[in-house]
Ligand binder design. Structure first.
Ligand code: NAD
Length: 495
């Protein structure tokens, strides 16, 4: 199989390729640099300064200064909201530029960035802009001779670390609520996708958000990311990424004890009962696993299908997978772009081999698509047992495992037999079954007769284990960035 269409890098304006600390665009103190690669062509897009502990320290100091003495925390809350709305307006006026940049840097199909990432980014920012003047405390009646109330105040300096699969969206899930609450932030985007967050930093300054409120230092995790986590000036660490790194972060943070949110991985079950609308289920199961080339934390990578429809469903899934267009992310009709890197390509192909050697049936795909670029064809395995490696571990590529089940009890048992707990889907036309099974599936998000939808207004996160702790999004996420402080005022009069 070959990639369709020419892989021409279109002219895209790059943001300043420097570290944003305060209002300055800086080189790394060490003078070191790294390259960001276009995954569709394997060509270098830009060379950027590589931050380490020294740069992170400067950024945390800038964020601390902006928190303690800058106007952000103390300005009227409605004014903070207006700043965030201005940033949203600027994003809208740079829409095509943001979309092209995100598509280029992450190898993401441009149509999906336009349809999904960009609107979600702006919606998230506008949603939290609206919260600025609505983050209220409580008066708690304790006794008649006291006024006792709970204040909500910003936690301080937030350290954000995000992955490369939805670079700007994942960053915004952290930045928007943190800034709305009055916090300041040091954001460390993944080294694979540094560009869109730098553009956001540039626009934030243009929107009048005070310098130091948003500092952006893309770079490698083991140096820059680790330094951010253990910096004593960071009050809150909010991380999205792999369970392995999430666990390291929890350990490292033990020395300084910041508040922590960890949005980690998934191996989500998508359960299809024999009374479901099969066409709709097959269509959504296909998108549910192959969207963004499977590089999605909530990808429905374990499709559980009831025995009586197992073969028919597999045929539908294979037909749909075969019809997906693999190609240049620059083409509007591309569905699957490349994987993010050579490392990810090797990892995914390694899992395919493992699936075959452990006895699963490779029904479609499973191979690299002729390059350049890190393309893999959509891959369907059937006759997968839930104990096989491809059903247990997060592949983070376009690989689906179709697993057979006999009845409702077995479906729930298989679905919940996983170290992950991020999301799950179920397909049935039986109303009672829909609600019963939805409550039994161990997942932070359950989709019924649909798959993969998220919204800024709904909380997002796993129920523990390798899916992490805490929640992004919704009103709930504001708790991440605010402290609740009790105030006791003595009302007793002197006699
Ligand atoms: P990763 O853990 O390798 O990297 C994520 C981020 O952490 C990057 O910015 C990276 O530079 C940084 N990092 C790496 N090592 C670090 C260290 N030692 N200390 C501090 N920071 C470090 O993950 P990835 O491969 O980039 O992303 C894929 C993972 O992210 C998958 O497991 C996926 O499920 C998960 N993810 C989860 C969600 C969610 O909402 N739950 C969303 C997107 C992705």
């Amino acid at each position: 199989m070959a990639v369709t269409g020419a892989l021409v890098t279109t002219a895209v304006r790059l943001p300043p390729c420097k570290l944003l600390i305060g209002e300055e665009w800086r080189d790394a103190v060490s003078g070191k640099t790294f390259e960001t690669i276009d995954p569709a062509t394997e060509q270098v897009i830009a060379t950027l300064p590589e931050p380490d502990e020294q740069d992170i320290d400067l950024a945390v100091r800038a964020a601390r200064d902006a928190f303690e003495s800058g106007p952000w925390r103390t300005m009227r809350a409605a004014e903070r909201g207006r700043h965030l709305h201005r940033l949203a307006d600027l994003l809208r006026s740079h829409e095509e530029e943001v979309i092209a940049l995100e598509s280029l840097d992450g190898g993401k199909p441009i149509a999906s960035v336009r349809r999904q990432d960009f609107p979600a980014v702006v919606d998230c920012l506008e949603y939290y802009a609206g919260w600025c003047d609505k983050i209220t405390g409580d008066v708690v009646p304790v006794r008649p001779d006291a006024l006792t109330y709970v204040l909500r105040t910003p936690v301080g300096v937030v350290g954000g670390i995000v992955p490369w699969n939805f670079p700007l969206m994942n960053a915004m899930w952290k930045i928007a609520p943190a800034l709305a609450a009055g916090c300041t932030m040091v954001m460390k985007p993944a080294a694979e996708t540094p560009l869109s967050a730098l553009l956001l930093g540039e626009l934030a300054l243009e929107a009048g958000i005070p310098p130091g409120v948003l500092n952006v230092l893309p770079g490698p995790g083991p140096t820059a990311g680790a330094a951010l986590v253990r910096h004593p000036g960071v009050n809150k660490v909010t991380f999205t990424g792999s369970p392995a790194v999430g666990k390291q972060i929890m350990e490292r943070a033990a020395t300084t004890l910041p508040k922590i949110t960890l949005e980690l991985g998934g191996k989500s079950p998508n359960v299809v009962f024999d009374d479901a609308d099969l066409d709709a289920a097959a269509k959504a199961a296909t998108a549910g696993v192959f969207f963004n080339s499977g590089q999605v934390c909530s990808a429905g990578t374990r499709v559980l299908v009831q025995e009586s429809i197992y073969e028919e469903f597999n045929e539908r899934l294979v037909a749909r997978a075969a019809a997906l267009k693999v190609g240049s992310p620059r083409h509007e009709d591309t569905y699957l772009g490349p994987l993010i890197s050579q490392r990810q390509l090797d990892r995914v192909l390694g899992y395919v081999q493992r699936g075959v050697s452990e006895g699963a049936t490779l029904r479609y795909g499973g191979a690299r698509v002729d390059g350049p670029g890190y393309f893999v064809s959509p891959t369907v395995f059937s006759e997968v047992d839930n104990s096989m490696t491809i059903a247990r571990e997060e592949i983070f590529g376009p690989v689906v495992s179709v697993i057979r089940f006999a009845d409702e009890a077995e479906a729930v048992a298989i679905a919940n037999d996983s170290p992950y707990s991020l999301a799950a889907g179920l397909w049935t036309n039986d109303l009672a079954r829909a609600h019963t099974v939805a409550a039994e599936l161990r997942a932070g998000m359950v989709w019924v007769n649909t798959y993969g939808q998220t919204d800024t207004r709904l909380p997002w996160g796993g129920l523990g284990g390798d899916s992490g702790v805490g929640r992004d999004l919704g009103e709930t996420a504001l708790e991440n960035y605010t402290d609740r402080r009790a105030v006791w005022v003595n009302l007793r009069r002197r006699s």
